[in-house]
Design a binder for this molecule. Sequence first.
Ligand code: PRP
Ligand code: MN
Ligand code: MG
Length: 178
Amino acid sequence: MNNDIEEVLYDQEQIHEAAVRLGQTITKDYAGRKPLVLSVLKGAYLWTADLVREIDLYVDLEFIKISSYHGGVTSSNEIQLVTDVQSDVAGRDVLILEDIVDTGQSLLFLKDLLKDRGANSVQVATFLDKKGGRKIEIDADYVGFDVRNEFVVGYGLDYAGLYRNLPYVGILKKDIYS
Ligand code: PRP
Ligand code: MN
Ligand code: MG
């Protein structure tokens, strides 16, 4: 599996530092509130585990599963709600956790859904922000790393469902998917 990686972009230590940095900022920004942390499966599973342990607040942890890439290398315009959140978000300060914001379509879908359901506030903490991939104008509130416009895998991010268990993020060799 490691042989399929062209270049490592962020190793375990850098990832840990990003989680600590964002966790401290979020702790300050949400002081006195009890946010509902909404982890977006599957990609955000590791980022969620690492980031929430750096947040010193009372949080509710919820999960939602959506799918846009359907395992491929490009985002589809059809976002599928695979598994819905199990609690009421009305009146809550929702903090969405994403592994990556690329075209921005998944994030827009989620923000619209949560606002429609009456969330008090909706913010986003993304591990990676691929600004070069945007198809719509949308920004994350907290960003671990600004990543270049390459197809990256690892630390939750997949190609064809694989590589999510890599402990680092790397660029996938092109011959793997072309
Ligand atoms: C990926 C990623 C984000 C989204 C970002 O999820 O985890 O959720 O796409 O892409 P976008 O900004 O272009 O919408 P994917 O649909 O691959 O599902 P997964 O998390 O289960 O891998
Ligand atoms: Mn995802
Ligand atoms: Mg995916």
